[in-house]
Ligand binder design. Structure first.
Ligand SMILES: NC(=O)c1ccc[n+]([C@@H]2O[C@H](COP(=O)([O-])OP(=O)(O)OC[C@H]3O[C@@H](n4cnc5c(N)ncnc54)[C@H](OP(=O)(O)O)[C@@H]3O)[C@@H](O)[C@H]2O)c1
Length: 287
């Protein structure tokens, strides 16, 4: 067993799905977590795992000064505006801490990819290409999670809610295709972020993917089971129709077929995702 150096880590998005799991895992591993949260009038913001809570907002670079921490984990929701994202990254980098930026697999576009593939972002995440470049150029680290699941949360919870609403499992599909999603359990992803904070290489890209390509029909069928609608096969939901519920850009993202490898990440950081897969978790786990 090697000694882990205790670090002071600022976490943006520490009240969110990914960030809260990361904050708790870092605290469990003995790091001092400083949570950066948006002030909410009349609400004391308590963040599990955080030793300190400080106010800030990604849209206000002056609130992001972080000269007093060793590492920053940026896992807050994106604004979608590249200029705003870059100004926030510059403010975070200015303090000299190592920056761990949460991107995502949608930056890779459709098809098969690994950590060395060129980016080809879909419109929803077009801003990510410039954001990743800025982070990597400054010696920061990029983590690209797959579709995150577990603890009843994330996009799979949305699919279960849609199945309950529509009385059947549906998966968004373009041109009748049956897409596949790269996925990761939120607990496994938290383990990866802890490894990146402790041992990540400057300028590296890490893929947070446990299963490379899970078929959407199987996910939608399991989402229907989670909604108490077991048995029937899931049906394709044409992307043009789903756009009415989700908006065109998010519907396109949900219809994206990808197979994303994390083999280099696993090897580099000795990361072994071990939680049950998405279909098992939806059909009989946390949803
Ligand atoms: N979930 C996935 O499957 C997935 C996959 C790949 C990549 N990602 C990326 O990972 C990141 C986190 O995703 P998530 O699923 O954990 O999102 P989430 O659950 O929606 O959490 C978003 C977090 O961002 C904070 N936030 C929102 N706007 C902010 C602002 N202007 N300034 C500071 N903080 C702000 C929220 O804080 P409040 O409490 O103040 O609202 C919350 O803590 C996002 O960039 C997302 O695109 C997610």
């Amino acid at each position: 067993m090697f000694e882990v150096e205790t670090m002071r880590v600022l976490v943006l998005g520490a009240t969110g799905y990914i960030g809260s799991a990361v904050a708790e895992r870092l605290a469990e591993r003995g790091h001092r977590v400083v949570a950066l949260v948006r002030p909410k009038p009349g609400e004391a913001r308590v963040v599990p795992g955080a030793a300190e809570v400080r106010h800030g907002d990604v849209t206000d670079p002056a609130s992001l000064a972080a000269g007093d921490v060793d590492v920053i984990v940026h896992a807050s929701a994106p604004t979608g505006d590249e200029a705003v994202e870059l100004a926030a990254l510059d403010a975070l980098l200015a303090g000299g801490a190592r920056l761990v930026y949460t991107s995502g697999i949608w930056v890779l576009g459709a098809g098969a990819a690994d950590e060395e593939s060129p980016v080809n972002p879909i419109p929803l995440v077009r801003f990510r290409a410039g954001a990743e470049r800025r982070v990597l150029g400054a010696g920061g680290v990029v983590v690209r999670p797959g579709i995150v699941y577990g603890e009843g949360g994330g996009i799979p919870a949305l699919l279960a809610a849609k199945a309950a609403e529509q009385g059947r499992g549906r998966y968004v599909s373009a041109d009748g295709r049956e897409p596949t999603w790269p996925t990761v359990h939120v607990g496994d992803l938290a383990d990866l972020f802890a490894a990146v904070v402790e041992r990540g290489e400057p300028g590296a890209i890490y893929h947070g993917v446990g299963e490379e390509a899970v078929p959407l029909p199987a996910i939608a069928k399991a989402a229907a089971e989670a909604a108490g609608l077991g048995g029937a096969e899931a049906e394709a939901w044409p992307v043009e129709e789903a756009a009415g519920d989700f908006g065109p850009a998010f519907a396109e993202a949900l219809a994206l077929g990808q197979s994303v490898s994390a083999a280099r990440t696993r090897k580099a950081l000795d990361w072994t995702p071990s939680r049950p897969g998405l279909v098992a978790d939806l059909a009989g786990g946390s949803y």
